[in-house]
Design a protein around this ligand. Sequence first.
Ligand SMILES: *Cc1c(COP(=O)(O)O)cnc(C)c1O
Length: 423
Amino acid sequence: MFKPTLAYAQSLDSQDPLKHLRDQFSLPKHTTGENTLYFTGNSLGLQPKKARENVIEMLDAWQTYGVKGHFEGDYPWMPYHEFLTEHSAELVGAQANEVVMMNSLTANLHLMMVSFYQPSSDKRKILIEDHAFPSDHYAVCSQLKHHGFDESDLLLWQPRADELLHLEDFEAILAKHHQEISLILLPGVQYYTGQVLPMQRLTELAHQYGITIGLDLAHAVGNVELALHDWQVDFACWCSYKYLNSGAGSVAGCFIHKKHCQNTELNRFAGWWGHDKATRFKMDNQFSPIPTAEGWQLSNPPVLSLAAIRGSLETFAMAGGIKPLREKSVKLTQYAVDLLQHELAGDIQIITPMEPEARGCQLSLMVTKAGLDGKALFNALDENGVVLDWREPNVMRFAPVPLYNSFEDVYQFVAILKRCLEK
Ligand SMILES: *Cc1c(COP(=O)(O)O)cnc(C)c1O
């Protein structure tokens, strides 16, 4: 049973079948020379050693082969994105033909809206959450504008006083406005609260009303289990530098359900990398899209970034995929909840849902101790080698990641937090 002791944390680590994976990552150092307590995988995942190796291998291939590297070496560049497909598809619960790594997250959201936001004069609204990540909000508003509409065609699903999104409110919006809604775009995991949305149920409801639904999985991929194909999600986009540990700005992922991939009539912004591989180099200017997610590619891909992603995906494969990671994650985050509540219940409020299935690894902590400035506390933690992130107005995000965080990390964090709160 739970005990608030270091020995208990260490016993959980000793029983953890994935504990060896921590050695696959480089941990940033604190000014004291010791490892930091790193809990910011929700923002930028740590560097997998394999990512570094693969990037160096790519630089070497460029040095060795020049242009011939497109076809030579162990991992030729021409098909390089294909080396990522199998593991990417596994992580999001897709068929291989439904995923591709390309561009960046916001760019992919735009490309998907070009294809899946096809408004008519009376069915033209887009539904998002009120507290959407700014980039998603801007992307959606600019798509409305692109079609000659304005923000009066934006519908917002409001969180309640508990900061969370409630399914009944979503149902009420659909019941009232379904005839006007053309597209729904929602996160899999909400970035601020860490709430996991019921993605399958949202998709069913959208489809019952004949509305297209896309998901932003920036905080969900590599964090929770996904089954995009079976859930029938129309499209999804995600970045690779958060829980996928592939380095800042690394290439993003995109899912397009099979039922749409083969529809080559769908409107799209095209580029030569989306064209049929057999005739791509005939240069005859007759666009013939690949009938898979690859048909949405624009450019020949940046292989240095893809090399890092390949290294990261190999590290996920060493863990046995997302299922065992999620099992550990549920235990690790529950342990953090238990310890925080035991040690600091009066001073810290967790706004993330308490049900394990309604959250990923992240806990969003609000400082409730009277007279204490949350930002000052955050800074004090930073000076003590604890890496969290701060989100206005008053939340510290704390994400123990099952690939590289231990139960002892969590124990040390809570001990430091307690000391900082007492000062
Ligand atoms: C991290 C994140 C982004 C970032 O977008 P980029 O295009 O990768 O800069 C966008 N949306 C959400 C929901 C995010 O969490």
